[in-house]
Write a protein of this length. Structure first.
Length: 276
């Protein structure tokens, strides 16, 4: 069982399913997996972008690549697409949940619909897809589930309460899932990156959130993709990038009062009551 998991380190001919695979980190992960010889399956809502990514993967890997349109907020569609993948591609060896949504605004101004959508995409859909694929991997006796959480799940920042809550939920979900599937030869890897240089930041419409972050803090998606694939098939529990993430997260838990003060100073945060 352990020997079979180790073969995932090389990815050659392994079936890799990536949600949110049409752009951003999901696309970078798909292309890097293809370079390593994987059979890549990408799912997302944008059909045209999906097929473009799959075509690129086919060229890079010389192996079949597949694209399935999927709205991760619809559990019935998830079931149907996973069934199609099982019959048309084969068993899933590696699952990466990278689909995500963010909106950066103060809680008091956030609408219920945006709260619900973030929670559904970032957390509920991730949990359900992980659950479905975990059952298959437990039956086959090996596999890897990689879930994209965030630095925000460990260190709070102003105007990101709901987003941070969903990512903290991913971290704790993975901590429990990891224990439940470990004896079946399934790796669960949680990825907690800092800000990634992708179109995700369009969610920060005012640009004020990103403006407080220095350029050196942003991670390139290709670099993160390589780091993730380099840890699949090992006993790695978490990837915290940049390295200071784990340290700052620990410090915040030990001295949260000082952490709150430092974060508010860093973001120059002062709530304007007139805007509420």
């Amino acid at each position: 069982m352990l020997k079979r998991v180790k073969t995932l380190r090389f990815l050659r001919n392994e079936v890799v399913l990536i949600t949110g695979g049409s752009s951003g980190i999901g696309k970078a992960l798909a292309l890097e997996a293809a370079r390593r010889g994987a059979i890549v399956v990408v799912v997302a809502r944008n059909k045209a972008r999906l097929h473009a990514v799959a075509q690129r993967c086919l060229i890079l890997s010389g192996r079949p690549a597949f694209a399935y349109q999927l709205d991760v907020t619809d559990p019935d569609t998830i079931d149907q697409v996973l069934s199609r993948i099982q019959h048309e591609v084969g068993g899933i060896d590696v699952l990466i949940n990278s689909a995500g949504l963010g909106e950066f605004t103060a809680v008091a101004r956030q609408k219920f619909n945006s709260m619900a959508e973030m929670t559904h995409i970032n957390l509920l859909a991730l949990m359900y897809i992980s659950r479905c694929v975990a059952k298959q991997m437990m039956d086959q006796g090996y596999g890897a589930i990689i879930n994209l959480a965030s630095l925000a799940g460990k260190i709070p920042t102003p105007n990101s309460a709901v987003y941070s809550a969903t990512k903290a939920g991913v971290i704790q979900f993975d901590n429990v899932l990891r224990m439940e599937v470990a004896d079946y030869g399934v790796q669960v890897l949680t990825v907690n990156p800092g800000p990634i240089s992708t179109a995700f930041w369009r969610a920060d419409r005012s640009g004020s959130y990103r403006a407080h972050l220095p350029k050196w803090m942003f991670i390139q998606p290709n670099e993160l993709a390589r780091r993730i694939w380099d840890n699949v098939g090992y006993k790695t529990r978490e990837i915290n990038v940049p390295a200071y993430v784990a340290c700052l997260g620990w410090l915040y838990q030990v001295i949260p009062g000082l952490g709150d003060w430092a974060i508010k100073k860093f973001f120059d945060f002062q709530q304007d009551k007139k805007d509420l």
